[in-house]
Design a binder for this molecule. Structure first.
Ligand code: ADP
Ligand code: MG
Length: 335
């Protein structure tokens, strides 16, 4: 590296801007470890996501956007547990100490960190292929945790925001996705403004932290949709030993998705595409009105898409009530 490892850390990560004060963080970057104070009435939540060049973002992607996405997807996991972000650590491997790249990456990361009051408290830096590993810490009261295991028959299934945009963005960028050939064909007719909508949805997903807090105590289970609704709702069903009926016509889509994809491809993107970072939660009927009001108070679209039933697996029905089988499975890296 042209600048030393220590100088790189000092200039781009250990600077005074990144070391903003946050209650609970007693000591951030600079020693052999960070020191955190966990209040007696809170659980510490930890989660990690690794982003790899050419798999999670294209080689030439804007470093600011890579940074924002890296932290946002981790914060989305905090939302999925209904936790409040506390701080994060960064494991960075870089092929070379490109200072222009580092300056932009650091600026993007700092912006996201400040926005969510989540300071960088440590990490490790090494030469290697470009990879960004972030571990985020959060706090949650034990009776407010949103687990995957609490869904019960009769609960309504809700999702936040819009589905499918992240998966369409992957195709725009020629990154690996679970969606097949039909999609590659359709993206050629995307307008520039639709393209930029999908890319923004991909690089700057909004972690649904506020919504999750508002739903804590109302939702019986929750997850963030990173691998497609079918796979992630599937995790809730397995953990809760229940099944689900989804009403396909209720799946919420952005305007861009509405006018650039056919209905069946939109459904495939929502169910099997992934990278949406929206929340999927289950709410008992008696609390549904309260949950809908809570979502509306924080200004996040919140759509009822189906119901938890006894049994296992997901049954998708069309508006005529007919069962629809997609013959697909959720995206997995090593399939
Ligand atoms: P050690 O040799 O004790 O592991 P390092 O020399 O790797 O320490 O790091 C020195 C300090 O800089 C530590 O506080 C560490 O947490 C921090 N640090 C290293 N790399 C990063 C990074 N990419 N982002 C944030 N902090 C970092
Ligand atoms: Mg080290």
């Amino acid at each position: 590296m042209t600048i030393s490892e220590f100088e790189l850390i000092r200039r781009y990560f250990a600077n005074s801007e990144f070391q903003f004060s946050r209650s609970g963080v007693e000591l951030g970057i600079g020693d052999d470890g960070a020191l955190l104070k966990i209040p007696a009435d809170r659980l510490l939540v930890m989660s990690m996501d690794v982003l790899v060049e050419s798999i999670h973002f294209p080689q030439q992607a804007d470093p600011r956007l890579i940074a924002q996405r890296s932290l946002a997807v981790n914060l989305s996991d905090m939302a999925a547990m209904a936790a409040e972000p506390l701080c994060f650590t960064l494991g960075l491997t870089l092929p070379e100490a490109n200072e222009k790249w580092l300056a932009e990456f650091s600026a993007g990361l700092l912006q996201m960190a400040r926005q969510h009051n989540c300071p960088l408290v440590g990490g490790d830096t090494s030469r290697g292929p470009l990879q960004i590993a972030i571990q985020v810490q959060g706090l949650v009261a034990s009776d407010k945790v949103l687990r995957r295991s609490g869904a019960r028959p009769g609960d309504s299934i809700y999702v936040s925001g819009h589905l499918g945009d992240g998966a369409i963005a992957l195709l725009c960028m020629n990154l690996p996705s679970a969606l097949g050939e039909e999609f590659a064909m359709e993206q050629q007719i995307l307008s520039e403004s639709d393209r930029s909508h999908f890319l923004a949805a991909y690089y700057q997903p909004e972690p649904r932290l506020e919504l999750a807090q508002a739903l804590a105590g109302l939702a019986t289970s929750g997850i963030d949709i990173s691998d497609g609704l079918a796979g992630d709702l599937g995790h809730i069903l397995k953990a809760s030993a229940v099944g689900a009926v989804l009403q396909l016509e209720k799946l919420p889509f952005s305007d861009a998705a509405m006018h650039s994809l056919s209905a069946s491809n939109r459904q495939l993107a929502a169910l099997f595409g992934g990278d949406d970072y929206e929340l999927c939660v289950t709410v008992p009927p008696a609390l549904s009105a309260q949950a809908e009001a809570a979502a509306s108070a924080v200004g996040v679209p919140f759509t009822r898409i189906g119901e938890i039933v006894e049994g296992s697996g997901i049954r998708c029905v069309n508006p005529q009530g007919k069962l629809q089988d997609f013959h697909r499975e959720a995206f997995q890296h090593f399939r």
